[in-house]
Ligand binder design. Structure first.
Ligand code: SF4
Length: 248
């Protein structure tokens, strides 16, 4: 469980001021377009997905359009996205199911969405919150990492993280907080090099504080080692600066 002392309200308030315009980055004009774009976004950037869908949606943006062609033809249109062969098969099958079981509409329910091929809880949550205004927290790699670093969750899986976030964040903020955490993960709390020293949440983030302390300790240890081995003062300063720079 997340620790009780994590100032959830303060963290959310700051995030809301840092990313006031945060919203879904996948371009779409209907629940169906968002569903397809979200399926394409697995292992692919939103920027690349938008390039692909801008080419594809003007002629193919209804289930019947994809059901009428083969998975191989769909694959030709989405080749620039990763895993395009399995995505093409899933899109074809999803469109067949939507036509046969849902009158060609995207269902607005988690239970029905996750029955579609290639649609897991994350994709379903993105569609529910952005297309149907249903409060939901989609846990992608950014949300998982940032929420656990900030102590909003203390979980080993995305499912647990989603459950813990839903317990700790007020329901009316679920959808927005998902966007705030994604934006923070992309802009500051990056996976390999979080920019902790410039992060407005540093005073609330134990992970960031301890990472900076570790970096400073490692830098001091390196400086000592260089002194012993007779490296000049200027050389030591450069080495320490480089070490501290490993964690921005
Ligand atoms: S202080 Fe560092 S680890 Fe914590 S949220 Fe900010 S960037 Fe992420």
């Amino acid at each position: 469980m997340p620790t009780k002392r994590v100032p959830v309200a303060e963290i959310l308030d700051r995030l809301s001021h840092m990313y006031p315009d945060a919203k879904c980055a996948l371009e779409h004009t209907s629940p169906f377009e968002l569903l397809i774009a979200t399926v394409l976004s697995a292992q692919c950037t939103d920027v690349r997905v938008n390039i692909v869908t801008r080419r594809m949606f003007p002629t193919h943006n209804q289930p019947e359009h994809f059901a009428a062609i083969t998975p191989a033809e769909i694959g030709e249109m989405i080749r620039d996205c990763g895993l395009w062969q399995s995505k093409a098969k899933n899109i074809h099958e999803t469109c067949r199911i939507l036509l046969e079981q849902h009158g060609g509409e995207v269902p607005a329910s988690m239970a029905e969405l996750v029955k579609l091929p290639g649609v897991g809880r994350k994709t379903a949550n993105v569609v529910l919150s952005n297309a149907f205004d249903v409060p939901a927290i989609a846990v992608d790699t950014h949300v998982f990492r940032v929420a656990n670093r900030l102590g909003l969750a203390n979980a080993g899986t995305v499912e647990e993280t989603e459950q813990q976030l839903m317990r700790r964040i007020p329901r009316e903020l679920w959808s927005q907080s998902h966007h705030w955490l994604i934006h923070h993960g992309r802009q500051i709390c990056e996976a390999r090099k979080p920019k902790c020293s410039e992060c407005p949440l540093l005073d609330l983030c134990k992970y960031g504080q301890s990472a900076l302390k570790d970096a400073a300790k490692a830098a001091k240890a390196d400086a000592k080692r260089l002194t012993k081995s007779g490296v000049s003062k200027a050389g030591r300063s450069r080495a320490v600066a480089a070490k501290e720079g490993e964690l921005h």
